[in-house]
Design a protein around this ligand. Structure first.
Ligand code: FAD
Length: 385
């Protein structure tokens, strides 16, 4: 039965919003989900985001809670360690943990589609595409929405609003205008560009399939994660400005000379390097912190809307998924007492996600630099015994 009390609204059907909707529906709430984009199952295009993601334990646990982990495991590629490539093309390997411990490479689109299919099948969830939130009125508990197809604007009530609308969240923007609101947004002086290592004959992987590949080069690096079709998605993390930077690579010859010198073993495996380099956008790397994440019993933020972090720890989505697991536990413990649920949720999660934000920035230094240092390799070898 639908009552005003069990109706909730989720803004944003990305990875976290889709998973959260499933958890809310499981707790017998009637969920209305609004998403700015069109249905990505019809025409999947992800602009400026990674094609694949590293999924780790905290992510798996959240997927298990809605019974989807086994389906995703079938299309996930375990990466048992990191494989370093030096400038001569020599390889060295560090396992991530004990035998059989791994993080998993999964397709961002595949994961989002699998979650969305479950959302669609759930009778407690109504999913609305092409609906962009323009404004959240925290006093009247009202949303101003734009239908991005018809350009029609509509005001809708929302008593219980979950903001899962990503790093540039409109829901958070409304909170930012409340008194003494804490907010910070910090960019690295680095951007990232996605490139591709092509599959070999018969869709064979041209590098070790079960590893996360790193080309550490001191002040910058390239990484690659395996895909199911035999390709690898590479990400070049590179300064925006300077002698060696996105700014310094302007022509086809600049790019090819640079890769020949710096990534010589990768270059022959990247037939579309030049077009990928020119055509793929350069993404920025932002850390967003804010507090509080909630207002009374009305609104709460989860995922990147509450805590966007740089990707070097591979934990942004995983942390957002963990938000869902933790919120679900609080829903079970304090059913219906929304103010307590929201308050406890932010108290529980904020210190963890702040720590992750710091670790993520530190891990950039480790990945681009220290992993190539023999003393670091020795320490890791001892630690993994
Ligand atoms: P989003 O994925 O941003 O989803 C937000 C949704 O809200 C979108 O569907 C959007 O269309 C919708 N929306 C936005 N505004 C509005 C509006 N006004 N009205 C309606 N809808 C709206 N994380 C990992 O765990 N592992 C990794 O390996 C990893 N690699 C990464 C690599 C890169 C290069 C980057 C940039 C990030 C990486 N991340 C990784 C982080 C991960 O991508 C994010 O943490 C994750 O996507 C956050 O999910 P979300 O649902 O909170 O936000």
């Amino acid at each position: 039965m639908t009552t005003a009390n069990n109706q909730v609204t989720v803004m944003g059907a990305g990875l976290v919003g889709s998973l959260l909707s499933l958890y809310l529906a499981k707790n017998n709430y009637q969920v209305a989900v609004y998403e700015r984009r069109n249905d990505l199952r019809q025409n999947y295009v992800e602009y400026g985001r990674s094609i694949n993601l590293a999924l780790s334990d905290r992510g798996w646990k959240a997927l298990e809670g809605v019974g989807i982990a086994e389906e995703i495991r079938k299309v996930a590629i375990p990466m048992y360690g990191r494989m370093m490539h030096d400038v001569q093309g020599q390889l060295s390997y560090q396992p991530y943990g004990k035998e059989n411990q791994a993080i998993y490479s999964v397709s961002r689109g595949g994961l989002n589609v699998a979650l969305m299919n479950l959302v669609d099948q759930n009778p407690n969830i109504d999913l609305h595409f092409n609906q962009q939130c323009l404004h959240v009125d925290l006093v009247a508990n009202e949303l101003e929405m734009l239908n991005t197809v018809t350009q029609e604007k509509l005001k809708i009530p929302a008593n219980r609003l979950f903001g899962t609308d990503g790093a540039y969240s409109m829901v958070r923007y409304a909170l930012q205008k409340t008194e003494r609101y804490e907010f910070s947004q910090t960019y690295l002086e680095y951007g990232y560009k996605e490139l591709r290592i092509a599959p070999g004959e018969n869709n064979q992987w041209m590098l070790e399939k079960n590893a996360l590949h790193i080309w550490p080069r001191g002040s910058y690096m390239m990484i690659a994660l395996p895909n199911l079709d035999g390709s690898f998605t590479c990400t070049l993390f590179f300064p925006y400005e300077g002698d060696v930077s996105f700014n310094s690579l302007q022509t086809e010859a600049d790019i090819l000379d640079f890769f020949k010198k710096i990534f010589p073993d990768a270059l022959p495996l990247m037939p579309d390097l030049v077009s990928d380099f020119f055509e793929n956008p350069t993404g920025s790397l932002v850390t967003i912190k804010c507090f509080p994440w909630s207002l009374e019993d009305k609104v709460v933020l989860l995922g990147d809307a509450a805590h966007a972090i740089v990707p070097f720890y591979g934990q942004g989505m995983n942390a957002g998924f963990e938000d869902c697991t933790e919120l679900n536990q609080l829903l079970e413990q304090h059913s219906g007492d929304w103010q307590t649920i929201f308050k406890k949720f932010q108290e529980l999660r904020k210190p963890n996600t702040d720590a992750m934000a710091e670790l993520a920035v530190q891990n950039f230094i480790e990945m681009r630099d220290l992993v190539a240092d023999p003393r670091f390799l020795l320490r890791k070898k001892i630690e993994s015994k």
